[in-house]
Design a protein around this ligand. Structure first.
Ligand code: PLP
Length: 403
């Protein structure tokens, strides 16, 4: 008998559990479209050339392995805020941005949630319906109440803008809204810039605060600038917000756990004080963040040749985003060929790594059971895990499972 004998097993994670099931399957045709990680046409993981180059430079520089400060690497914090808002943005120049390097997107969201629990007690955070499943875990484990706002319209496989605006209007004044900065996960459905303006206006009227989750900057459009349009719009409108950033996808640094939490504020003293409290939260949670990924990201962002427009990073981003767009188009064409009576245009309208197929849980069961295509129960597929060579196989399986 153990003193922990009463501990029940945790249910498998709905996303990470898919990879576990995939590894256990020995069918040669199996396809893992569960986790959002980029794969090459050969379905292999990809390490960006700019990352290899940064690492070569880091080894040549012979850095030590001393602790970073609680805030993280200073060069990284400066670079990441610039990547979000744009170089020379007034909020940065006026020191109104509090930025802490944290453990990728998840850890940054977690520090933000702990900050809300501590300094904005009783405030609920509104999440889009549906959202990335881990948002709920992160808020719940931080003791922050979450609710949902209307986001996705299943009948159009598009944005429910009217419902979204109504949720904003119905929420108590000064609530927090988690907004996917770009490439909404799991739906792949993003507001247009005009729709973002309406959303920002409605939020401003109600004094709501945005908490942007930017996990795919560069992955939606292939442009780091275009994909930051929503948070930049809020900044331009003088709205204060939080923003979590991740370098898992756009630099392919999944395992390095590199990201940041920013608070973009209207006052420099508030930013200084907020940063000191974020540091205090990090101190008790993990003390200080790892240095390797921060050096890579700072090297790439701060080097003109590796970073600037038409730079090597942009080219590689364009290649990754472009490959996903290509398989999207091929999947759309193949599905239309198989069943011309169904409107498949949602596949090409959605952006980012994912496509929300509208497959029901029973149909997903058929996708996995019969066709050995591993995906999350909500009907989401990661197109980053699809190759052109596998498009026909996937389209057949989707068509069959819908029938
Ligand atoms: N937020 C969203 C919406 C995501 O899809 C992900 C990753 O899948 C993350 C945050 C965090 O990822 P990471 O912790 O690897 O940066």
């Amino acid at each position: 008998a153990s003193f922990l004998g009463g501990v029940e097993p945790s249910p498998p994670d709905p996303i990470l559990g898919v990879s576990v099931a995939f590894r256990a399957c020995d069918d040669p045709n199996k396809l893992n479209l569960g986790v959002g990680a980029y794969r090459t046409e050969e379905l292999q993981p990809y390490v960006l050339e700019v990352v290899r180059e940064a690492e070569r430079r880091m080894i040549a520089a012979g850095h030590d392995k001393e602790y970073l400060p609680m805030q993280g690497l200073a060069e990284f914090c400066g670079a990441t805020a610039e990547l979000l808002l744009g170089k020379g943005h007034p909020a940065i120049a006026e020191k109104r941005v509090a930025t802490i390097q944290s453990l990728s997107g998840t850890g940054s969201l977690r520090v933000g949630a702990a900050f809300i629990a501590k300094f904005l007690p009783g405030k609920a955070v509104y999440l889009p319906s549906p959202t990335w499943g881990n948002h709920k875990n992160i808020l719940a484990d931080s003791g922050v109440e979450w609710r949902e706002y209307a986001y996705y319209d299943a009948s159009t496989v598009g944005l429910d803008l009217a419902g979204f605006l109504k949720s904003i209007d119905d929420a108590q004044e000064g609530s927090i809204f988690m907004l996917h900065g770009c490439a909404h996960n799991p739906t792949g459905v993003d507001p247009t810039l005009a729709e973002w303006r309406q959303i920002a206006d409605a939020m401003q009227k109600k004094n709501h605060v945005a908490f942007f989750d930017v996990a795919y900057q560069g992955f939606a459009s292939g442009s780091l600038v275009e994909d930051a349009a929503a948070p930049r719009l809020f900044a331009e409108m003088g709205m204060e917000f939080f923003c979590a950033q991740s370098y898992s996808k756009n630099l392919g640094l999944y395992a390095e756990r590199i990201g940041a939490l920013n608070a973009v504020l209207n006052d420099a003293t508030a930013a200084t004080n907020t940063l000191s409290q974020m540091n205090r939260i990090a101190r008790a949670m993990y003390s200080n963040p790892p240095v390797h990924g921060a050096r890579i990201a700072a090297t790439v962002i701060n080097d003109p040749e590796l970073f600037q427009a038409r730079s090597r990073w942009n080219d590689e981003m364009g290649t990754m985003a472009g490959r996903i767009k290509t398989v999207r188009r091929e999947l759309f064409e193949e599905l239309t060929r198989l069943n011309p009576d169904k409107d498949w245009s949602f596949v090409t309208r959605q952006i980012g790594m994912f496509s929300f197929t509208g497959l029901s849980p029973a149909q997903v069961e058929r996708m996995t059971g019969t066709h050995k295509i591993f995906m999350t129960k909500d009907g989401r597929i990661s197109l980053a895990g699809l190759s052109s060579a596998k498009v026909k196989y996937l389209a057949n399986a989707i068509d069959d499972s819908f029938r």
